[in-house]
Structures are given as structure tokens and as C-alpha cells.
Design a protein around this ligand. Structure first.
Ligand SMILES: [Zn+2]
Ligand SMILES: [Zn+2]
Length: 259
């Protein structure tokens, strides 16, 4: 059993990270990749509404051995379906890649992995999202692992889950159920690319946590930032379902073209 208190950092957002030098990047087939290298929250409306994109492809890529569970993927899909208008549907494609063989990854490393392996970019009416499940750990974890990063949304249609870390802190006594923790982190990161909170989906009432920017101030909301309150893995051990969005967060999504 692990008695150590682990502070969860659900989704560190790097605003404008790694975006400038990628302007006007096109691949060998002339696909414009720059539309998918914008700051987090910038595509909120395009993800939520059918105005520009009537369908979505979610590309799930994991390092061999670090595949997310099918039940978590199903939960994520239903979360997206409940909040978005995509009359032509949401397609999920999943595949494994070999380990890039590092023990620690910076967000810059993660974005390089995406550049190398991402297959899908926005097309005329289909928006593409990249979700990467990493081995190793985040370079933002503290030295003695008192604080660990489980996920990060870093571009407008990209997020990473540190799946090896997540596995290490789930499914043991005093730890949360793995699928619930996966569902929580995946939907939380998706909430960020949906523009929550105050990150591209304008707030209908002020509910941003003063102490934790771009997070909701309701402790029961999916978009609450739990890291500094001492709430963490041990508190999540008793959860029976992943947290959902509260009324304020849902109102922001509806006002920005979502359901
Ligand atoms: Zn977050
Ligand atoms: Zn909220």
C-alpha cells in the first residue's frame, strides 16, 4: 500500500506552447497542420458546434503496454457526444506505437512524438483530435513524486495522458479504480480543449477558480483543480463515478455552440 499523499495535477495547460514555429507547416501531402497547432481552447467552438465541422475523428495512440481501457474510451465518446453537435458522427481510431524510450517526457517531447505519429488533421468538414497515452512520466512530476501529472492539454486538439503514472496510482488499496481515473483525466483534458474554464468558451457567469486559473471553482465539477487542497488520489479512491461538468461549465459550452 502506498501511504504517500499524491497531489494530482489534472491537466497542466501550456498556453501557446510550442506553437509559433509551426505556423504554415504542411506535410508531404500538402495537408495544413498548423490549424491543429494552436493554443488550447482555440478550437472550442469548432469542436462543440456543427457550424464548420460536422464530424470528428479522435485518434488514440498509445505506447505498447499502455493502452487505455475500452470502458474509458466509451465513457469519453459518450461525454463528447453529449456536449457536441456532430451530425456525421464521431469516429475513434486506436493504435499502438513502440516506446520512444525515455523515462521522462517534457511537453516539447510529447509534441515531437505527435508531429511524428499523428495521421489526422482537420479536413473541410471533419475536425481531428489527437490523444496520446505515454509511458514514462512527466518532467513536471516533483522529485519525490508528491506531485504527479496525469494529463496535459497542450494544443487546440491535442492532449496527453501519462498512462504509466496513472497505472501506478490506481487499482491498489487506497487508490481509485483505474477506469474511473482514466475517464476522469481524459474527460477533464477534453474539457480544456472544449475551452473550459475561461479558456475559449466565454464564461456565462464568473466561475473560474481564483487560485487555479482555467479551472472551475466548484469542487464537485470535473473541471475543478484538486492539487493544492490536499485532495488527491486518496480522496478519489472512494469515487463511484467520474465527476461530471457542473451547470456553469455546461452553460459555457452551450453558449459556445455545444449541447
Ligand atoms: Zn486542468
Ligand atoms: Zn465547472
Amino acid at each position: 500500500m502506498k501511504y504517500k499523499i499524491v497531489l494530482l495535477m489534472l491537466g497542466m495547460i501550456l498556453l501557446n506552447a510550442c506553437s509559433t514555429d509551426d505556423a504554415l507547416t504542411t506535410d508531404d501531402n500538402g495537408v495544413n497542420q498548423s490549424a491543429n497547432r494552436q493554443s488550447t481552447g482555440k478550437s472550442a467552438k469548432d469542436l462543440l458546434s456543427a457550424d464548420k465541422y460536422t464530424s470528428m475523428i479522435l485518434e488514440i495512440v498509445y505506447v505498447e503496454g499502455f493502452e487505455p481501457s475500452q470502458s474509458s474510451i466509451n465513457n469519453l465518446k459518450s461525454f463528447i457526444e453529449k456536449r457536441t453537435f456532430k451530425p456525421q458522427g464521431i469516429v475513434i481510431e486506436k493504435r499502438a506505437i513502440p516506446s520512444p524510450n525515455k523515462t521522462k517526457y517534457s511537453i516539447n517531447d510529447i509534441s515531437e512524438i505527435e508531429k511524428k505519429h499523428r495521421k489526422y488533421y482537420n479536413t473541410d468538414n471533419r475536425i481531428a483530435v489527437w490523444a496520446y497515452f505515454s509511458d514514462g512520466k512527466s518532467d513536471k512530476d516533483s522529485a519525490a513524486d508528491e506531485t504527479v501529472v496525469l494529463g496535459t492539454a497542450y494544443w487546440n486538439t491535442s492532449f496527453v495522458i501519462f498512462q504509466e503514472t496513472l497505472n501506478n496510482y490506481s487499482n491498489s488499496p487506497l487508490e481509485p479504480n483505474r477506469s474511473l481515473l482514466e475517464t476522469t483525466v481524459m474527460t477533464h483534458e477534453f474539457g480544456h480543449i472544449f475551452g473550459l474554464t475561461n479558456l475559449g468558451s466565454p464564461m456565462q457567469t464568473n466561475h473560474e477558480d481564483g487560485a487555479h486559473a482555467k479551472h472551475c471553482n466548484n469542487k464537485d465539477c470535473l473541471m475543478f483543480w484538486k492539487s493544492e487542497s490536499g485532495a488527491g488520489i486518496l480522496d478519489m479512491a472512494n469515487m463511484s463515478a467520474a465527476p461530471s461538468l457542473d451547470a456553469n461549465c455546461m452553460a459555457d459550452l452551450r453558449a459556445n455552440g455545444g449541447k
